[in-house]
Design a protein around this ligand. Structure first.
Ligand code: DI6
Ligand code: FE
Length: 393
């Protein structure tokens, strides 16, 4: 499949909307609908028959820590022997172990280590990913992580949206407040000054930072004109979801311990709930995010891999969709919206995530008959072709 000139993809089965044809020109979607309704001006365009295949917006992985040094397979073994994630973190493992490996790696090695994971996502049609810092916890390494994230978008045909996650963990030997004011906030200013930050994230949790500390980071983000998002209510209820809503956050993520009141606050603020079933699975959690409350209040739900070496060593967004359905009872249609339109919203991107005129031509063509098939299979990749900015690649 190759098309440089304006092209109409025909004999397709569009999802989520009805239609059997998509017109692409100049890297953008020019039109989509039923071929019978094709605008006369496009009648002479080249056509490419997709043989009845499913066409969706290209998936978007809106929450990853895909840039990091090393791995933590040993902690997987310890947890299988009964150690908890929090106990391992308190004993100096967990995020601190990855911080040591990330500081030792350097920017080029961080890129090289991330690329195979990026390629796994690209193989599933993913066109946009979010990448967080947060394993540096010093100014130099936080910046190196974000530069590595930007380098990925030059090394592969993929779009990268960065989040500064300096408020991820308290580095050994420092008090949390001193770290936030003396390292995290100066690192944010420096990273922003280099154009490395698209959004600002934090980890609001007993083993990380409280709402007052995150609030100072968010106030800095606001002063810099940067949107915020937050790891909230993952392991306990700490008030992160309402803090995020108060700052008009793009998203609050994890949310296993969120309440109906949190859902109401998020709905009022337009904050997307990003569900991360890979972490739920890997930590063998049992507390479910309040999906019914999100539906009742009209909170948009996204689904992401949370790809990270500790709690979600997952590089399949298709598997995350399956887990979101099986564990959290999302419908397959909700799971598809979760990795397309709502994932775009969680990143503040208005030009992708839907098949609509004017948007980027980021599309996935699947050897599948329905969107439900994408979420239903476990460990199978039915991608036929990926179209990135109008180019098959
Ligand atoms: N929540 C998570 O699940 C990951 N980060 C976070 O804030 C865990 C990161 C890790 O364990 O390395
Ligand atoms: Fe995360």
């Amino acid at each position: 499949m190759e098309f440089e000139a304006p092209t109409i993809l025909t004999n397709a089965r569009l999802a989520p909307q009805a239609g059997d044809a998509v017109a692409i020109a100049g890297g953008r979607i020019a039109w989509a609908g039923a071929l019978a309704d094709l605008p006369a001006a496009m009648a002479g365009w080249a056509r490419h028959d997709l043989g009845g295949r499913l066409v969706t917006p290209a998936p978007i992985d809106c929450h990853t820590h895909i840039v990091h040094g090393g791995h933590r397979a040993h902690e997987f073994e310890l947890r299988l022997e009964g150690a908890s994630y929090e106990a391992i973190a308190r004993a100096g493992g967990g995020i601190a172990a990855t911080v040591a490996a990330t500081r030792a790696a350097g920017e080029a090695a961080l890129v090289a280590a991330a690329l195979p994971r990026i390629d796994a996502l690209i193989a599933e049609g993913v066109a946009t990913i979010e990448v967080k810092s947060g394993y540096g916890l010093d100014i130099a390494t936080e910046l190196a992580m974000l530069r590595a994230a930007r380098a990925i978008a030059r090394a592969r045909p993929i779009r990268v949206s960065t989040s500064f996650l300096g408020a991820h963990a308290v580095p050994a030997g420092m008090a949390a407040d001193a770290y936030i004011d003396g390292v995290c906030i100066p690192a944010l200013r420096a990273a922003h000054g280099e154009g490395l930050v698209d959004a600002v994230d934090g980890f609001c949790e007993g083993i990380a930072f409280d709402t007052a500390q995150i609030g100072r980071v968010f106030a800095t983000a606001r002063a810099l004109g940067l949107p915020v998002r937050l790891h909230a209510e993952q392991l306990s209820h700490r008030g992160g979801a309402t803090l995020a809503a108060r700052f008009g956050a793009l998203s609050a993520d994890h949310l296993e311990w969120a309440t109906a009141a949190d859902a109401a606050a998020m709905a009022a603020a337009g904050t997307v709930a990003v569900l991360l079933p890979g972490a739920f699975y890997a930590l063998r959690e049992t507390r479910l995010p309040p999906v019914a409350a999100f539906r009742d209040h009209g909170v948009a739900m996204a689904v992401a891999t949370d790809c990270n070496p500790g709690t979600s060593p997952l590089t399949s967004l298709l598997l995350a969709m399956n887990m979101a359905c099986t564990f959290f009872r999302l419908t397959p249609a909700e799971a598809l919206a979760g990795v397309t339109v709502n994932a775009a919203r969680a990143l503040g991107l208005a030009d992708c995530g839907r098949i609509a005129p004017g948007l980027r031509a980021d599309l996935a063509v699947w050897d599948a008959g329905s969107a439900a098939e994408l979420a239903y299979r476990i460990g199978f990749n039915p991608l036929h072709a990926r179209i990135f900015g109008g180019r098959p690649c």
